[in-house]
Write a protein that binds this ligand. Sequence first.
Ligand code: MG
Length: 249
Amino acid sequence: MIALKTLKELCLMREAGRIAAGALAEAGRAVEPGVSTAEIERTAKKYIEKRGAYPTFLNYGGFPSAICVSVNNEVIHGIPSKKRVIKEGDIVSIDLGATLEGFIGDNAATFAAGKLSPEAKRLSDTTKEALHIGLKAAVAGGRVGDIGFQISKFCKGKGYGVVREYVGHGVGKNLHEDPQVPNFGTAGRGTRLLPGMTIAVEPMINQGTGDIVDRVDGFTVVTRDGKLSAHFEHTIAITKDGYDILTMV
Ligand code: MG
């Protein structure tokens, strides 16, 4: 069932989204060679808790950490660790949520540690652009398939693989609500988009094929071919005449 949000609920989601976006930016600023992924987590967790919110991912489905940090060939759900130290040229995908007064903002971005190789930079830039191309298709009256169709067409045109096993989703009082929002699909197909729907759009794009190996340590998803992966995500509300990004500072 799809929960359409009231104006009041959208205001609460915007507040949660603001905290999630601020925490993501803060975590991104902490990304540099020599820093452990556990330190990045500590920075984000502190930011969220200081603002009276709860880090949504902590204990969600047994996840042991406040945020996901996925480096290089890791796609999503990387577990922060003191032993995992960021190196020059790494791409670091950070995914986090903030829960405030029962509502959730969910967002992700890939950050550069020092100077990236041209290939890594191109993948990261393309994935970010893919998110915004997907968002442009997220309009009332359209269909969920429009979003994935645009993302997939764009990324495949650049020679990249689109992850299919993990997808975007409705978000609100729960981290994962209906509908699912895949990063592939058929234009004109799927759930109709309506004002008041709140969804997380989150392309996970691989340098090689879209194939993954699932939960290598219970959670972390990695690319099957060992090549790089990038991830960008916003929580948005569908409006009468377009969309509103809720995960904005
Ligand atoms: Mg998400």
